[in-house]
Design a protein around this ligand. Structure first.
Ligand SMILES: *[C@@H]1O[C@H](CO)[C@@H](O)[C@H](O)[C@H]1NC(C)=O
Ligand SMILES: *[C@@H]1O[C@H](CO)[C@@H](O)[C@H](O)[C@H]1NC(C)=O
Ligand SMILES: *[C@@H]1O[C@H](CO)[C@@H](O)[C@H](O)[C@H]1NC(C)=O
Ligand SMILES: *[C@@H]1O[C@H](CO)[C@@H](O)[C@H](O)[C@H]1NC(C)=O
Ligand SMILES: *[C@@H]1O[C@H](CO)[C@@H](O)[C@H](O)[C@H]1NC(C)=O
Length: 191
């Protein structure tokens, strides 16, 4: 079983969501000649891109070209058209961000794209990973920090159980945090 843990938007208060680049993680793996890998990789990325607008793949597709292994995963709640655009963006972005690297993961708001010169299908993995946040001080809620943390973790734990149990491994969760007579929505999505 392939297990993706793809927490895409964990928002406290509401920030505008944009179809945009979130982050990447590159690393070099020893092994194959760079020129062979590069040409396999170019073909792999084009294969992935040309299969990203299919309605029959549920936003997931994996492919192998020589020693280039890769897949994309689109968020379950986006259209095939958005998926296509996102995978195209992620393909060019991964080559720009990781020019000399043989393993790369690029995350967008609407999709992720991963490739490597080693097979990684059907392996549960917690790396490569990325941690991101938006800069916003919540210093006025410093006293409630522990309480907020518990509410957030509870909400995420519910999300994980729901996503694991769902037949399509996709779930969303909405929670509420109350502090200083204010209510905050906590919206999370897991796939
Ligand atoms: C999907 O993309 C391929 C290649 O870019 C194109 O030939 C095909 O017409 C597209 N299909 C749809 C349904 O947009
Ligand atoms: C896709 O991944 C599966 C394992 O999850 C593997 O058996 C299959 O060969 C892969 N397909 C391609 C085209 O790489
Ligand atoms: C793709 O990139 C373009 C140009 O940077 C941007 O306007 C668009 O929103 C991106 N689309 C997705 C789905 O990421
Ligand atoms: C990339 O992934 C590795 C392995 O999970 C992790 O140790 C490293 O911190 C990640 N780098 C970034 C910039 O997130
Ligand atoms: C957050 O608060 C600290 C300390 O008051 C301050 O130095 C920092 O610039 C603030 N950051 C933002 C993003 O407002």
């Amino acid at each position: 079983m392939i297990l993706f843990y793809f927490l895409s938007s964990i928002l406290i208060v509401s920030f505008p969501t944009e179809a945009e680049y979130i982050g990447h993680n590159c690393s070099t793996l020893a092994g194959h000649s760079t020129s062979t890998f590069k040409s396999n990789l170019n073909q792999l990325l084009s294969t992935l891109s040309s299969n990203s607008n299919r309605s029959d793949t549920a936003g997931f597709y994996n492919a192998t070209v020589g020693t280039a292994y890769g897949f994309f995963l689109c968020r379950r709640d986006v259209s095939a058209r958005v998926c296509e655009e996102c995978v195209a963006n992620a393909s060019s972005e991964s080559l720009l961000r990781c020019p000399d690297n043989q393993q790369s993961v690029v995350w967008y708001d609407h999709c992720m794209l991963r490739y490597s010169n080693q097979p990684f299908y059907s392996e549960a993995a917690t790396s490569p990973s990325m941690i991101g946040w938006r800069e916003r001080n919540l210093t006025e809620y410093a006293e409630e920090q522990a309480e907020l943390y518990v509410a957030l973790v509870t909400s995420l734990n519910n999300l994980v159980s729901k996503a694991v149990e769902a037949s399509d491994k996709f779930a969303t969760e909405e929670g509420t945090i109350t502090a200083k007579q204010m209510s905050f929505g906590v919206y999370s999505l897991g796939q």
